[in-house]
Design a protein around this ligand. Structure first.
Ligand code: IVH
Length: 664
């Protein structure tokens, strides 16, 4: 063999061994200087003989690749998330369910920390790491291979030489690494990362892999499911260890739910000593052959659950209470807090809900309060610390006037909330426009709250109808600061496209008080059009199952306002869908629900017929073929779309295959 190649291979082997001891076993066998010296030697040899550089060389971990964007990657099997358990009862219910589903078969649990990072999927072909992909929406992830290669605890080659090996786990930043990064950012006067998870996410999604290489990401691997090779989770972890992956050492095999609870307590007790963040404990059935039997929901396996640690509670000073106005005019009170570190982020605001909440808890400005994060996201005030100092503070009094338009606030009988009832309250209008364009409503991309505010201030949009007239003000839009031609074009296109949305989305978007997404759907299924609903009587509405008097009254009241009727007429004239076209999302079919379809060519019935069926099953029907398309339903004389589908390797089905698929 070529002498240089031999030397290079020897160095690589040595570096891999040292790296493994250092990064995976956390047990260095040489000092950093010696490692660096050998790495330098390797890089020099490779520079002199570039043809000998291989993608699995330790020299390739140093970054160097800068991308324009990450490619999307379709996961071979969906990356699922986990259902949550918050207490012992949830855990025992989980056990009972498994007991039932497995028909009392013997099963055991594997209990391991829930690493607070980002899921990653690693793909090895014939022993070589070829891809690292983020979870994304579970179906499509982002190809972040160039960054994954910089993670030194992830082997670039493994001894399992199968054609395809997929391993999943969690990428994270250790607490000390996170501190180091933030310290540097502070010195560089850059904004700080809120917590290690955010920092890890920001790093893994850097297009410049040099950044990732400099930041020392790390990874625990916990998922390897190849039933031909291995039959239990605990064995799979041993196998991963043999393959030299980093596997968490706090996991334990438990024979029953009592042991599970005990081990959860143990892991919780270790939490603050660990040098990485964990946000809970994951409990999995150990036996792979029971997975199918126990089954899955659409989003998560039923054979595993995540126990989430109870929310951390801290004390801080309440600096102020200020009201905000929502789209319905409802007043929400918010707290300004002295900044406090809570569950990984700095908290300086919390919700106080309505004035009853504040009065009931007797929360006073200037007092010390306990705060926690509900579901670890939105901070909330638990209660005040009542002491002598507190008792001397002024009792809080609710606002009497709208903070935005100064109209006197009102409260309906029996309601806890106060409302601003001024139709032209600017904040109400802005918020209702925000609701109208939101995802579950008309889903108009590009119209963020900031843009809406700007359009409102510039008298370009004062009501829903104005959105559909924006196309006549293109130049004015372009002139608004920060709005480029391209973003204006995209926005106008999104507005036009929204006209074809289902009437349920439109009806929900109107923002009628008490009419949520489900109620909008229910009303449209029953009345088939907004028009038919407009002169319905209260009694008829209330007679519908699931529609109570409050909702019925609110709908009737809305249609009694003549401006609203005028708005509907104008929207109809603009070409918006005002009639009910089908029962969107009412049926379920594993092969169809949530999938995206493109319909092309001539079929036996109009395209809308097939579109309606697909939408009934909760599938998305889109106009153009892309990598994201799941199926193309092609009729006779299908042209460029079929061509593109074939090129991208997308499943193409004909009408008979479609009927078979639907099973109708
Ligand atoms: S198992 C199909 N084990 O938690 C089950 N997940 O909400 C696959 N996570 O998306 C997940 N530590 O990113 C599993 N020891 C662990 C985990 C873990 C962290 C994350 C993972 C997943 C999320 C579930």
């Amino acid at each position: 063999m070529n002498l240089v190649l031999e030397k290079i291979n020897k160095i690589k082997e040595q570096l891999n061994e040292w790296g493994y001891a250092y990064y995976v076993l956390d047990n260095p066998v040489v000092d950093d200087a010696e490692y660096d010296k050998l790495l330098k030697e390797l890089i020099e040899l490779e520079n002199q003989n570039p043809e000998l550089i291989t993608s699995d060389s330790p020299s390739q971990r140093v970054g160097g690749i800068v991308l324009d964007k990450f490619e999307k990657y379709k996961h071979r099997t969906q990356m699922l998330s986990l259902a949550n358990a918050f207490n012992e009862k949830d855990l025992r219910d989980f056990d009972k369910q498994i007991f039932k589903e497995t028909e009392h078969k013997n099963y055991s649990f594997y209990v391991e920390p829930k690493i607070d990072g980002l899921s990653i999927s690693l793909i090895y072909e014939r022993g070589k790491l070829i891809k690292g992909v983020t979870r994304g929406d579970g179906i499509f992830g982002e190809d972040v291979t160039s960054n994954v290669r910089t993670i030194k605890s992830i082997p670039l080659t493994i001894s399992d030489k199968d054609d395809y090996v997929e391993i999943r786990g969690e990428v994270f930043l250790s607490k000390p690494e996170f501190e180091k990064i933030n310290l540097k950012r502070q010195l560089d006067e850059e904004p700080l990362f809120a917590n290690p998870r955010n920092a890890a996410a920001g790093t893994l999604r850097q297009l410049d892999s040099n950044v990732a290489a400099a930041r020392n990401l790390d990874a625990f691997l916990y998922y390897f499911m190849d039933r031909e090779k291995i039959s239990t989770h605990s064995d799979s972890l041993k196998y991963l260890e043999d393959l030299k992956f980093k596997v968490n050492n706090l996991g334990k095999l438990c024979t029953d739910i009592e042991q599970v609870i005990e081990h959860i307590e143990f892991i919780s007790s270790q939490r603050s000593n660990l040098d990485y963040e964990i946000d809970g404990v994951v409990i999995k059935i150990n036996e792979f052959d029971l997975y199918e039997k126990v089954g899955y929901t659409a989003k998560s396996p039923k054979w595993a659950i995540a126990y989430k640690f109870p929310a951390e509670i801290k004390q801080t000073k309440l600096l102020n209470i200020f009201p905000t106005v929502g789209r319905t005019g409802r007043i929400t009170y918010n707290a300004a807090l002295e900044p406090v570190q809570l569950a990984g982020t700095t908290v300086q605001a919390a919700t106080l809900h309505n004035s009853d909440f504040i009065k009931q808890k007797d929360i006073r400005i200037g007092g010390v309060v306990k705060v926690k994060k509900a579901g670890d996201i939105i901070p909330e005030i638990v209660e005040p610390i009542v002491d002598e100092l507190y008792n001397n503070l002024k009792v809080w009094e609710e606002e009497k006037f709208c903070p935005e338009c100064n109209t006197e606030l009102e409260r309906s009988v029996g309601e806890v909330d106060q409302y601003c009832i001024n139709f032209s309250c600017p904040r109400k209008i802005i918020r209702s426009l925000e609701h109208f364009v939101s995802r579950d409503a008309m889903n108009i991309e590009g119209l963020s709250i900031k843009i809406i505010e700007k359009l409102y201030e510039n008298n370009l949009v004062k009501n829903i109808l104005d959105i559909y007239n924006l196309k006549n003000h293109k130049q004015e839009l372009i002139n608004l600061d920060k709005m480029g031609v391209k973003s204006v074009d995209n926005m106008l296109e999104a507005i036009e496209k929204s006209k074809q949305n289902s009437v349920e989305k439109l009806f929900f978007g109107l923002g009628i008080r008490h009419v949520g997404k489900k109620t909008a759907q229910l009303l449209m299924t029953n009345f088939k059009s907004i028009q038919k609903l407009s002169d319905i009587e209260f009694e008829k509405l209330e007679a519908i199952h699931d529609i109570g008097p409050t909702v019925a009254q609110s709908v009737v009241d809305w249609f009694n306002v003549k401006e609203n009727i005028l708005l509907l007429e104008n929207l109809k004239n603009c070409g918006l869908t005002m009639d009910y076209l089908g029962n969107i999302g009412s049926k379920f079919n594993e092969k169809v629900t949530d999938k995206s379809f493109v319909i092309t060519g001539t079929l036996s019935k109009p395209r809308n017929y097939f579109k309606n069926i697909l939408e009934e099953y909760g599938a998305k029907v889109i106009d153009s073929v892309s990598k994201k398309t799941d199926f193309v339903l092609a009729g006779v004389e299908a042209g460029s779309k079929l061509e593109k589908a074939n090129k991208l390797g997308i499943n193409v089905i004909d009408e008979s295959q479609f009927i078979e698929m639907i099973g109708e």
